[in-house]
Design a protein around this ligand. Structure first.
Ligand code: ATP
Ligand code: MG
Length: 480
């Protein structure tokens, strides 16, 4: 059922159309003159507007209603009704954003079909807007966890460059979040509605990668049975994420350079240039300078890619983020046997913070996942951590005997008040001051991320001194 605002200065027309719409289950707001209909637009927020263009003997009112309806958020779809033979007026209305027009006299079925089409169009638009909001939420910067100095630098930079067309080179060891950052850049840019296409350049042999990226035309090689669009064409308007860009062959490097310089591609087996509007975000696990020295990576391509370098710190360089990350990965996980949230023992957290994490955040995420699976009670303790990690730290699972204290997990995200209620479970309850401290910590982090890591700005917005902000972030405030 839709809310339809209907306006026509012929009363019989208003009655006829109203009856039909009501019979089809819609809510109708009928008007026989322009000004009151115009006034009702903003307060009623209709889904659909059906308006005669000639209202009160003038055309101005109809067009005003059309324009105003298109300016609402979300905009209403508009069908205009025009007098017989006034096709020019109809075209003018279409230019002003009308969805369609009906020429008087029209048949009932004609009206019904046009209304149905307009409403399904409206639904598609609102679904797209919904999906877009969801995606943005999923890939918003807040999902990238970290408050350490290194991550604050990263946030500052990504805030600044997300909504630009600059080529970005993301550097960082395996598992440091390069793809996560690339997605956040895309979904926080004006390109968010167009595709984000990731491709791992190290995973395909040269000729396959070439045809994946640039497409091919039929018959250009054995097996090319039809024309095929490449990823650069498919991502038109969006972002191509070239992971492990350092492993591209010299031939592909020169073809990529051309895309960056000329903004055009050529399909394999075809010399016609095709203009593409894509942003390139590239990533590499290893510094590219060594490859340039060794002559396996083109220096000119490096400079084109490296317009804005974004170096992600390894996890061992930002150990103070480990408790927050652990908390993030545990968040919302309930022990299926006891239906209580998992906790982490102090010794286990100390071990997690001491380990050197060659696989970075991905390895930490896996270790936490494993802990959650293996843990017998509600507390992930030393014995639930990977054996290789404990051995590396010179610890043994047996040390778990004295492992009784719980580490107070920082809050990774502010939970909804009353979220995760565990009926009858008192262990999920915390003293008020701990709760307030966690909420405060999470809020400070959100504000800091909002300010791109700029603590002075955050302190100003929060109306506290910089020193207080530092103290609170370091968790030194004893009580609130
Ligand atoms: N800062 C972070 N906050 C939360 N999760 C993170 C963070 N960094 C990485 N992760 C998680 O770690 C995993 C690895 O991240 P991602 O795939 O982005 O890393 P990568 O640098 O692309 O790794 P690789 O070089 O191996 O491709 C993902 O599950 C991601 O969700
Ligand atoms: Mg990756």
């Amino acid at each position: 059922m839709a809310k339809v605002l209907l306006v026509d200065d012929e009363l019989t027309m208003v009655q006829m159309v109203s009856d039909l719409l009501l019979r089809d289950g819609h809510e109708v707001l009928p008007f026989t003159s322009g000004p009151p209909a115009y006034a009702a637009l903003a307060s009623q927020a209709p889904d659909l507007v059906i308006t005669d263009l000639y209202l009160d003997k003038t055309r101005a009112h109809g067009l005003d209603i059309l324009r105003k309806a298109r300016e609402l958020t979300p905009p209403a779809v508009v069908i205009v009704i025009t007098g017989y033979g006034s096709i020019e007026t109809a075209l003018e209305a279409m230019k002003c954003g009308a969805f369609d027009y009906l020429e008087k006299p029209f048949k009932v079925d004609e009206l019904r079909i046009t209304v149905q089409r307009a409403l399904s169009y409206n639904q598609a638009i609102s679904e797209t807007a919904y999906l877009r909001r969801q995606l943005k939420k999923k890939y918003q910067f807040a999902q990238i966890i970290g408050t350490s100095q290194g991550m604050q630098q990263v946030f500052k930079l990504i805030h600044r460059v997300a909504d630009t067309d600059s080529t970005i080179l993301i550097l960082g060891e395996s598992g440091t979040g390069k793809e996560m950052v690339a997605r956040a850049l895309h979904y926080n840019s004006g390109r968010q509605l167009a595709p984000f296409i990731p491709i791992n350049c190290g995973a395909l042999p040269e000729n396959l990668l070439e045809s994946e990226l640039f497409g091919h035309c039929r018959g250009s090689f054995t097996g090319a049975i039809s024309d095929k669009k490449g990823l650069f064409e498919a991502a038109d308007g969006g972002t191509v994420f070239l992971d492990e860009v350092g492993s591209m062959s010299p031939l592909l490097q020169s073809r990529l350079l051309r895309v960056l310089q000329e903004r055009e591609i050529r399909r394999v087996g075809d010399n016609t240039p095709i203009y593409v509007n894509v942003r390139v975000v590239a990533a590499s696990n290893e510094p590219l300078e060594a490859k340039i020295k060794a002559g396996t990576f083109r220096e000119d391509l490096y400079y084109r890619l490296n317009v804005i370098p974004l170096q992600l710190p390894s996890l061992r360089e930002r150990r103070d983020d480990i408790p927050l990350l652990v908390s993030h990965f545990i968040k919302g996980k309930l022990n299926p046997r006891t239906n209580r949230p998992f906790q982490v023992s102090r010794q286990a957290m100390e071990a997690l913070c001491a380990y050197h994490w060659p696989g970075n955040v991905r390895e930490l995420e896996n270790a936490v996942e494993r802990g959650v699976t293996l843990c017998e009670g509600d507390v992930i303790s030393l014995g639930d951590l990977p054996g290789s990690m404990l051995a590396n730290l010179g610890l043994s699972p047996a040390s778990a005997a004295a492992d009784a204290a719980i580490y107070p997990l920082p809050s990774a995200n502010v939970p909804e008040p009353g979220a995760n209620p565990v009926p009858g479970s008192e262990s999920a309850l915390v003293p008020l001051k701990n709760f307030l401290r966690e909420q405060e910590h999470a809020y400070l982090n959100r504000v800091l991320q909002h300010c791109g890591g700029d603590k002075e700005k955050a302190a100003r917005l929060l109306e506290v001194s910089l020193a207080t902000l530092y103290r609170k972030l370091a968790g030194e405030e004893k009580d609130i």
